[in-house]
Design a protein around this ligand. Sequence first.
Ligand SMILES: Nc1ncnc2c1ncn2[C@@H]1O[C@H](COP(=O)(O)OP(=O)(O)OP(=O)(O)O)[C@@H](O)[C@H]1O
Ligand SMILES: [Mg+2]
Length: 271
Amino acid sequence: MLVVEGLTCRFGTKAAVDDASFSISPGGFVGVIGRSGAGKSTLLRMINRLAEPSEGRILFDGLDVTALRGKQLRQWRARSAMIFQQFNLVGRLDVLTNVLMGRLAEIPSWRSLTQLWPDEEKALAMSALEQFDMASLAAQRADQLSGGQQQRVAIARALVQEPDIILADEPIASLDPRNTRIVMDALLRINKHFGITVICNLHSLDLARTYCDRLIGMASGRVVFDGAPAMLTDHIARELYDLEANEVMGTAPTHASADSTIPAFGTAAAA
Ligand SMILES: Nc1ncnc2c1ncn2[C@@H]1O[C@H](COP(=O)(O)OP(=O)(O)OP(=O)(O)O)[C@@H](O)[C@H]1O
Ligand SMILES: [Mg+2]
């Protein structure tokens, strides 16, 4: 269970996140919504400890995440994998090596420096790529892939970290509608098939309603809505988004699928 208590992040006198409190049970798919500047990215970055909280606490299964330093902090960052809008792959490296980067916390550094990855690590990375239909592109340079393919590699890299939580900060913001659906389905699969909690910042309310089982609405740094998508009335949505409301309440893909017929992660390539 992730517990956020009175979490605040100030930049100068301005509170980017202001006294946020909520708990997230394991296995949820939570959408964080709100207009630009509402504090969504800052909230996710604090949970991963990329941004320092000014006040408040983050607890995970009783562990005080806010107090972690050094090696324990690095371990927490591996357990709470971030996915970014701009994918953050190493473009000149091949796809498989990019996925293996997700294993850095688990293997001795000399191995990563010499690129002598153990076979079982490679098998794990291939298995993760297979989950998202990307195994055939393992040897390609990452910068030769489409945006949707790059984001699936980033999701595979997050998966091999074997995280408890995936924190996705507008993962589809630079993708077309088709790739948006492929990437959101990949996140849904991670959530439903592997039981990994997903917290996903989304600008599109329609997507948030389609994919998430809970929405946290932010405005001016504060949590102003927390509940099931069905509880978010158009009236509340308009308050949340103000002038942007018409833009974000457009049409999104109507179907969300979590295919459970594909073999479990880690078993396919290793077998
Ligand atoms: N490093 C920083 N230094 C100063 N101010 C910041 C910093 N990061 C964020 N802010 C401010 O904090 C507020 C919240 O920003 P944040 O990026 O969390 O919003 P957001 O909801 O993710 O917006 P968007 O939808 O545009 O991504 C904004 O007013 C922003 O300008
Ligand atoms: Mg943001």
